[in-house]
Unconditional design. Structure first.
Length: 319
């Protein structure tokens, strides 16, 4: 996945009894549906956690209702309900035995009663960016169905939604890296759990090819970090282009590092090992160690080192 700036996390809890207020809460999560309760007295409970790219919305509604409109985001709903009937595009279904995918450009109608559901929404640009990187293509994301590819993948999504709920309920959700990893995990799962238009085997082969490229480049960097190698050298070793190598790293590295960032991290770890083994009495210095591993500016090296290891490099050398 490409580097997408992470906005501040959002948390909102609301209980409302007015249909217009329900519609406003829907609009906040980019699902501008109209809403109509079947009787005047009802209660809608809404808990929304997320940021600019991801929304995890838990909602509960007492009594019968209907809601309709066209979503601006890709969203998957699962949960339980006394009654839940849906139609989206040319598809329709009854109940929440399996998750349901709602897509932009597919007008939706939901008629329900006594629902407790979780909807996970991912923005269109983010999902497209993840698809481009993971599959190595730039084909516009389009799903062939609102239903999961298999029952097993439907259960997998339901388990993942539970994990997402646990994460947003924890203090860790405030951390940008946690949100970035959760968002990527959910986006990839959405792409894999629901049937995309196009050749699934071709996408699988593309993913396997990217994994091979990534592993080859990682081995090259790990084995040649002490030499004046570049990202282009790694791309040639992996038999690919620099652009394709960047995509392979973003699709496969746990923190979506670029190849250049991975090489810097590898060299920083090597510098750290040298500092641990160093001895000022022998004449070892931070400056020489940093330069040996490609860090020309001692001040910048010290800043990067401290951010990773929590202490100045001189303290490591002089411990």
């Amino acid at each position: 996945m490409g580097r997408t700036p992470m906005s501040a996390p959002f948390h909102r809890v609301a209980t409302v009894r007015d249909p217009d207020a329900v519609a406003s809460l829907f609009a906040e999560v980019r699902v501008p549906f109209s809403f109509s309760p079947a009787r005047p007295e009802f209660r809608y409970r809404h808990c929304h956690d997320g940021d600019e790219h991801l929304s995890v919305v838990r909602l509960g509604l007492d009594g019968p209702f209907s809601a309709w409109g066209d979503t601006e985001v890709f969203g998957v709903t699962d949960g339980r309900a006394t009654c839940y009937e849906w139609s989206t595009g040319a598809e329709s279904g009854t109940g929440l035995g399996t998750p349901v995918l709602f897509r932009p450009g597919h007008p939706t109608l939901v008629v329900g009663d006594a629902v407790e559901v979780t909807t996970i929404n991912v923005t269109r640009p983010l999902l497209q960016g993840v698809a481009d990187t993971v599959y190595g293509t730039e084909t516009p994301v389009a799903f062939a169905s609102a239903r999961p590819v298999t029952d097993r993948l439907g259960r997998y999504w339901a388990d993942l939604a539970g994990m997402a709920r646990d994460t947003v309920d924890s203090a860790a959700f405030a951390e940008p890296l946690v949100r970035a990893q959760l968002t990527r995990h959910l986006a990839v799962a959405m792409l894999e759990c629901f049937p995309l238009v196009g050749d699934r085997q071709e996408r699988t082969l593309s993913m396997e090819a990217q994994t091979r490229v990534y592993r080859t480049a990682v081995a090259f960097f790990d084995g040649h970090a002490s030499l004046p190698v570049t990202v282009e050298d790694a791309a040639r070793a992996a038999g690919t282009t620099t652009e394709a190598l960047v995509r392979a790293f973003r699709a496969n590295h746990p923190r979506s590092l670029t190849p250049a960032a991975y090489l810097r991290t590898t060299r920083l770890a090597a510098a750290h090992a040298d500092l641990l083994a160093g001895d000022p009495a022998r004449g070892d210095t931070v400056r020489e160690t940093a330069a040996r591993w490609g860090f020309a500016h001692p001040g910048r090296f010290a800043g990067v080192y401290r951010a990773v290891y929590g202490v100045p490099p001189r303290r490591t050398l002089e411990r």
